[in-house]
Design a protein around this ligand. Structure first.
Ligand code: AMP
Ligand code: GLY
Length: 421
């Protein structure tokens, strides 16, 4: 088979790495890919949002399966565009990707189908939003409706902060069209767990659990980022929690999407909060998480290509998905100054040394080859992933890998996987 993966980050490197292990695969392309992906796949320089060129490339190269990884092209109908030309594609159609692309849609879905989530109201008028906030309690959670690169959520500690957020989003156009509608919701507390699940629209098969560290610095200090590291499994997500989630969240969500005429096929990401009042949905994503994928896929024993085909053909109930009884940790190495501003183009040393370690894989997120040398080309640059028999060993091994790699101003957190909550 010939497979095309759409995307360019650490998540896509992991997906390509896993697909490359499939005996079914002869050739992998990645658009646009990165310097690490280029070792396993032929990278083609097509923008992830350019549906026309992507479809043309898939047709011209007789691609058997297109795997669309990021949210933006999914929400923009990349899978629909492929299907319209008879090309098999993995991922939700635009009418199902809306579960991530519109928070107003997902909140209304959860309310209608009794799926546990924070109480909320939706506003398009800033005066109405503010008068609602004046009657409420703080902290309050204010979310831009649409995709905002993970930056559209403000936890306002008081009325002044809340007013500023509402004005920025609705009147100031801070997130463009994404923010012209806002969701204001109840502030929940509790640890967060990410569960990604394969679904063909009828059957749902959850993957092993993971936890992300979103803040830039140790002890959850600093700004929110796209994710500074992950570990799998979560220590909090046991069989009883999985049963609770299956019954109250996973199956009801799949059934709800089906009932709405928006069957979801692909990977559905459940962002869950373990509250005193049971597990609640904080968010849905319509795709593999980044950097959750970096710790989940290395634990998958089954051929990913077989699973993707079963999803596309709606026979996920017929296959057995096996996971290793081990643990994985991914430490993100970032450019100094991320997530605000940073310098690119510094030479990175030591990637080969880390990769040479047993059970350590360095996934590239933002790297570029310049004169045969790796350089940093983004905020999050590498995800050093280690797999071992338990979390403590995997943490130690991942940091051994990290210690071999360096470039000017590099930084990473030192506490990935350590949080016990
Ligand atoms: P989201 O983009 O919806 O996942 O929100 C980003 C982050 O904001 C989440 O991972 C939570 O840490 C936090 N958050 C979102 N909604 C709530 C809520 N209702 N209560 C408390 N924290 C929240
Ligand atoms: N790690 C969070 C996300 O992929 O959205």
């Amino acid at each position: 088979m010939k497979i095309l993966v759409v995307g360019s980050g650490g998540r896509e490197h992991t997906i390509v790495w896993k697909i490359a292990q499939s005996p079914k695969v002869d050739k992998i392309y990645c658009a646009p890919g990165n310097a690490g992906i280029a070792e396993l796949a032929e990278c083609v320089s097509i923008d992830v949002m350019d549906k026309e060129s992507m479809v043309k490339f898939a047709k011209d190269n007789a691609i058997d399966l297109v795997m669309v990884a990021p949210d933006d092209p999914l929400a923009a109908g990349m899978v629909d565009a492929m299907e319209a030309e008879g090309i098999r594609a993995f991922g939700p159609r635009a009418n199902a990707a809306i579960i991530e692309a519109s928070k107003a849609f997902s909140k209304e879905l959860m309310k209608k189908y009794n799926i546990p989530t924070a109480a909320y109201e939706i506003f398009t008028d800033s005066a109405e939003a503010i008068s609602y906030l004046e009657k409420g309690t703080f902290p309050a959670v204010i979310k831009a409706d649409g995709l905002a690169l993970g930056k559209g959520v403000i936890i306002a500690q008081n009325l002044d902060e809340a007013k500023a957020a509402v004005h920025d989003m609705i009147d100031g156009g801070k997130f463009g069209k994404s923010g012209s509608r806002v969701v204001i919701e109840q502030f929940l507390t509790g640890p967060e767990v990410s569960v990604l699940a394969f679904t063909d629209g009828k059957t749902v098969k959850p993957m092993v659990s993971a936890q992300d560290h979103k803040r830039a610095y140790d002890n959850d200090e600093g700004l929110n980022t796209g994710g500074m590291g992950t570990f799998s499994p979560s220590r909090l997500y046991d069989a009883a929690k999985e049963e609770e989630c299956m019954k109250n969240i996973f199956l009801p969500t799949i059934k709800a999407m089906q009932a709405e005429g928006r069957p979801f096929k692909g990977v559905l990401y459940f962002g869950l909060m373990m509250t005193a009042d049971g597990v609640k949905v904080i968010e849905y994503n319509c795709r593999f998480g980044d950097p959750e994928t970096q710790v989940v896929l290395p634990r998958l024993k089954t051929d990913l290509v077989e699973i993707m085909e079963a999803v596309i053909d709606e026979r996920l109930d017929e296959i057995e998905i096996e996971w290793a009884d081990n643990a994985a940790v991914c430490v993100v190495m970032a450019s100094g100054g991320y997530p605000v501003s940073y310098e690119k183009g510094y030479e990175i040393s030591g990637i080969e040394d880390a990769n040479a370690m047993d059970n350590v894989i360095v996934f590239h997120a933002g790297t570029k080859l310049v004169d045969g040398k790796y350089t940093n080309a983004g905020g999050r640059v590498l995800g050093v992933t280690a797999v071992d028999e338990n979390l403590d060993k995997a943490i130690k091994r991942a940091y051994e890998g990290v210690s071999k790699i360096s470039w000017k101003d590099e930084f990473h957190r030192n506490d990935i996987g350590i949080k016990k909550y």
